[in-house]
Design a protein around this ligand. Structure first.
Ligand SMILES: Nc1ncnc2c1ncn2[C@@H]1O[C@H](COP(=O)(O)OP(=O)(O)OP(=O)(O)O)[C@@H](O)[C@H]1O
Ligand SMILES: O=P(O)(O)OC[C@H]1O[C@H](OP(=O)(O)OP(=O)(O)O)[C@H](O)[C@@H]1O
Ligand SMILES: [Mg+2]
Length: 287
């Protein structure tokens, strides 16, 4: 058996670190030591983990120093257009937006023409404004961007927004959403054939975890005369399992459903006489 290992970059500390390690753990990959060491190995999967700064990861992928990474999509858009983007991982959801002081009258992007914008995402802002025919002067800063208008450094900002509370606390309002982002798997264009095969095994596991995270196992009892209508509402993986109840005229229905879809159809299920509805989490889901 080959000794080859897939080298994955995970953010050393910050918003992506915990969820990245969690998704690997849920995929059955145990990583041996803490992140005090910058490198760690898995004992049950051919994976070597490198803990790096998120912002540095695109360069490591480009150089082929790491094969794959978990990184914010926004960072790939800013400085990793040549990096292959894989699965979206469903966490660290945010947007990259333009914001201005609450007191500024803002009607359209034209109001930013000739203005100063502070940001850590110069390429993203330039590309966005260029497409819209707006010219602005950029001030590139690496953190605490939201403070820039208050200290007279800029007229507006472009930064990450999630709950909006940082903007609010700094007296800013979000005026344009430039892009939406979440954590993604990023793949080096230099990945070797052998490591590509390990990557495919990793992707298969991650997909099973992601499918399971968004799905629920549901069980309910329903009167037989409404079975057809209920089955229509709950298509399941292939089709639902129907078992007769000891109580004549009733059946138990078992199926898998996307959680969002469940909330959409719950009222209709009840209207059709569904009772004793149980919703259970799924640990892995292989399609
Ligand atoms: N408030 C937020 N809510 C949700 N996701 C966020 C938020 N802020 C940042 N992110 C996402 O998490 C990623 C990492 O953000 P974080 O602030 O931890 O690192 P950083 O300081 O940008 O990078 P580095 O690791 O280079 O220090 C961002 O690129 C973005 O995709
Ligand atoms: O809309 P909100 O929920 O307030 O989130 C947005 C804030 O979160 C991020 O900063 P972070 O907390 O990661 O601090 P950092 O600047 O040290 O990276 C981002 O840079 C914004 O400032
Ligand atoms: Mg941050």
């Amino acid at each position: 058996m080959s000794q080859e290992k897939l080298r994955i970059a995970i953010q050393k500390s910050g918003r992506l670190n915990e969820d990245s390690l969690k998704i690997l753990k849920d995929a059955g990959i145990s990583i041996d030591n803490g992140k005090e060491q910058l490198k760690a190995s898995s004992r049950n999967f051919p994976l070597e983990v490198m803990y790096l700064r998120n912002g540095d990861i695109p360069q490591y992928l480009r150089d082929g120093v790491v094969d794959v990474a978990i990184i914010g999509e926004n960072v790939l858009i800013e400085k990793g257009k040549d990096i292959i983007q894989g699965e979206k991982l469903g966490f660290s959801k945010c947007r990259v937006s333009l914001a201005v002081p609450k007191s500024m009258e803002y009607n359209s992007l034209k109001d930013l023409d000739g203005k100063k914008i502070a940001t850590s995402y110069p390429n993203t802002v330039n590309e966005f404004l260029e497409k819209k025919g707006i010219t602005a002067e950029l001030h590139i800063i690496n953190g605490s961007v939201e403070i820039a208008p208050n200290i007279g450094l800029a007229d507006g900002i472009c930064d990450i927004v999630s709950s909006g509370s940082t903007l609010f606390k700094n007296g800013l309002k979000e005026v344009e959403i430039m892009l939406k982002s979440e954590a993604v798997l990023a793949i080096s264009p230099e990945i070797s054939e052998e490591r590509q095969q390990i990557l495919e095994r990793l992707q298969f596991r991650l997909k099973s975890v992601l499918n399971a995270r968004t799905s629920k196992y549901i069980l309910l009892n329903a009167p037989n005369e409404n079975l057809e209508k209920i089955i229509e509402l709950l298509p399941g993986m292939r089709s639902p399992t129907i078992l007769p109840l000891a109580d004549e005229g009733w059946s138990s229905i078992h199926t898998v459903i996307n959680e969002e879809r469940f909330w959409e159809v719950i009222d209709e299920l009840k209207q059709n006489g569904a009772e004793g509805i149980l919703v259970a989490p799924i640990e892995k889901m292989v399609l």
